[in-house]
Ligand binder design. Structure first.
Ligand SMILES: NC(=O)c1ccc[n+]([C@@H]2O[C@H](COP(=O)([O-])OP(=O)(O)OC[C@H]3O[C@@H](n4cnc5c(N)ncnc54)[C@H](O)[C@@H]3O)[C@@H](O)[C@H]2O)c1
Length: 250
């Protein structure tokens, strides 16, 4: 229970890696806000039934007013925000295809959620974390940013931007003891990915590149997200941890 008394927001936490992270943080004693555009009520009901301290809040990270509403309601509930996991993304719903077939609007929409969404969240929590003189921010990047995986160029570029943002945010936030890190998952069998048999070849290709020859599951990410949020990670900032069974080296 290393997070007892702390308050966390996990965006995109209705399912997949975000849900697993919210559950892991709550199991360690944190009060967790499950923020999403859909499915968050059911997710919160599930975890509340397990005795965990969670609440669902409707929040769209691509909207300024929605993000400020999320932070306001969290402050009203908890009086503090210690941990933010920026997990929400346009990810599993994207359809792979050659970059020539993508439009500028496709790019801008993905950037608005995946990249500017993190900026909005960090800007909104900044006054509260700075006033407290502490905070942990964990951003979800992707191994695709290191590999240049084909077929999803706007997504890959957005996940590369998150690595650069993580470093810049770590520099800006360091004077107030706010630590910012990222995790870069390899292909992970989140519920949405597991539900699509057409993605099985991607999973097999990913396993072939790994030193640890197995599928990745949301709990593999949740454990590292918890570590980065915990007191044990108090001397780590601006880093990207690849959680991919030993696939990329950087
Ligand atoms: N699963 C993988 O193989 C994999 C690999 C590398 C990186 N990642 C990253 O990990 C994170 C989670 O992955 P996942 O597989 O669980 O994703 P997912 O697509 O299954 O879930 C994403 C969640 O984000 C929510 N969301 C989407 N747009 C939102 C918005 N505008 N505001 C708030 N919430 C929004 C969705 O409703 C959903 O609950 C993502 O950032 C993804 O890019 C996943």
């Amino acid at each position: 229970m290393k997070l007892k008394g702390q308050c966390a927001i996990v965006t995109g936490a209705a399912t997949g890696i975000g849900f697993a992270a919210a559950k892991r943080l709550a199991e360690e004693g944190a009060s967790v806000v499950i923020a999403d555009i859909k499915g968050h009520e059911a997710a919160a009901t599930d975890l509340t039934a397990k005795g965990l301290d969670v609440v669902a809040v409707t929040a769209d990270v691509s909207r300024d007013d929605s993000v400020s509403g999320l932070v306001k309601s969290t402050m009203e509930r908890c009086g503090r925000i210690d941990i933010v996991v920026n997990n929400a993304a346009m990810a599993s719903q994207l359809k792979p295809g050659p970059f020539e077939q993508k439009t500028a609007e496709d790019w801008l929409r993905v950037y608005d959620v995946n990249v500017v969404g993190i900026f909005r969240m960090c800007r909104a929590v900044s006054p509260h974390m700075r006033a407290a003189g502490s905070g942990r921010i964990i951003n979800l990047s992707s191994g695709t940013a290191f590999k240049g995986t084909p077929g999803l160029m706007q997504y890959v570029a957005s996940k590369g931007a998150i690595i650069s943002m993580t470093r810049a945010l770590a520099s800006e936030f360091a004077p107030d003891n706010i630590l910012v890190n990222a995790v870069a998952p390899g292909f992970t069998l989140s519920e949405n990915a597991a539900a699509k048999p057409e993605l099985r070849p991607y999973s097999e290709m990913a396993i072939a590149t790994r030193l640890i020859k197995r599928d990745a599951y949301p709990i593999d990410l949740a454990n590292v997200i918890y570590f980065l949020a915990s007191p044990d990670a108090g001397f780590i900032t601006g880093q990207v941890i690849a959680v991919d069974g030993g696939s990329v080296f950087h």
